[in-house]
Design a protein around this ligand. Structure first.
Ligand SMILES: NC(=O)c1ccc[n+]([C@@H]2O[C@H](COP(=O)([O-])OP(=O)(O)OC[C@H]3O[C@@H](n4cnc5c(N)ncnc54)[C@H](OP(=O)(O)O)[C@@H]3O)[C@@H](O)[C@H]2O)c1
Length: 296
């Protein structure tokens, strides 16, 4: 499978977003065995990047659910574990009273990282992504907290998520040249709004991980070919799914773009992974961009 650079790592151009097996818009969850099988199907298809987060869980009191599934999938997998990069996230809190909150303090993040290490059954986290800005704090101070955790040897590389160009620039300044490995923002035909951040990352050699790259679990991803006919038509011409065309188009937007499509079913990620090697003509790519309303 086509490979891309993610900081010090080389990973498959298509990653797996592990979230839907633990959290999804239509609240349908596979069994633990099915969830593990989906993650292993990704690994068997050549996917070497798995994205998870501490908050991906069916309910607030099951934090770490998704990280533990990823760990279980990797533990019993018969491939080479050392080739797999697991990216997790922290900085969003979950509680009974207020389901989702934010905390970018050093104490909170250190405790969150320690729990993620335990859930993932690893000594160091490959890529730790700050999930969503805590608007009560100065962004640069939060990034400095992440740097402290890196200096303590708890995380190998640092990424951020749901960040504006300004926040990405602050993170680059705090972490120094090459210190920011990735930015994970929502980007899909349905939501091309992060194109500025995508371009900024490509220009500065930072990996850009489109989240919900197909349009999300609530039906957006399944219906992407109906909502954006160009992807279905081009898919038909190549004998592939509209979803593969979406992902191949996203890959074409820059050398550092690494989409992380989600999946509950093994078939979904097995199909999506093939997008890494789908070649589209410049005319077809232009049709995709036009369908989404992007001037590329
Ligand atoms: N940083 C953030 O704030 C944030 C927020 C949301 C998501 N994320 C990350 O982004 C990842 C992906 O986002 P997402 O899961 O919300 O949305 P998505 O990747 O756009 O869509 C996932 C849905 O697409 C379906 N699907 C995937 N590949 C398919 C294919 N080839 N053909 C047909 N259907 C296909 C899956 O169906 P089945 O379920 O039936 O398999 C799944 O329900 C998440 O797993 C998570 O890691 C990050």
């Amino acid at each position: 499978m086509q490979q891309r650079t993610l900081g010090p790592f080389t990973v498959s151009a298509i990653g797996l977003g592990a979230m839907p097996v633990s959290m999804n818009s239509d609240n349908r969850f596979p069994s633990h065995d099915e969830a593990v099988a989906t993650v292993r199907a990704a690994l068997d298809a050549g996917v070497t990047l798995i994205d998870t987060a501490d908050i991906y869980a069916p309910s607030w009191d099951l934090m770490g659910h998704n990280e533990r599934i990823v760990a279980d999938a990797l533990a019993g997998w018969d491939g080479d574990r050392s080739t797999i990069v697991v990216a997790t996230k922290g900085g969003i809190t979950r509680g009974e009273e207020k389901d989702f909150g934010r905390d970018g303090s050093l104490d909170y993040l250190r405790t969150a990282v320690q729990k993620s290490l335990e859930n993932l059954q690893v000594d160091v986290i490959d890529l730790y992504q700050y999930h969503r800005p805590d608007r009560w704090m100065v962004y640069g101070d939060i990034i400095q907290n992440l740097k402290t955790l890196q200096d303590e040897g708890l995380v190998r590389t640092i990424g951020i998520s749901n960040a504006s160009v300004e926040e990405i620039a602050i993170a680059r300044e705090v972490l120094g040249e090459g210190g920011l490995t990735s930015v994970q923002n929502e980007f899909s035909p349905r939501h091309p709004g992060s194109y500025d951040e995508l371009q900024y990352c490509v220009k500065h050699g930072i990996a850009f991980l489109p989240w919900s790259p197909l349009g999300g679990t609530g039906g957006g991803a399944r219906a992407v070919g109906e909502r954006f006919a160009a992807f279905a038509e081009i898919g038909q011409a190549h004998g592939v799914s509209p979803q593969q065309v979406v992902l191949a188009w996203e890959l074409s937007l820059g050398e550092t773009v690494i989409p992380i499509p989600g999946a509950r079913r093994a078939e979904s990620i097995t199909d999506s992974a093939k997008a890494a090697d789908l070649e589209l003509s410049s005319d077809e790519l232009a049709r995709c961009s036009a369908a989404v309303g992007l001037e590329v």
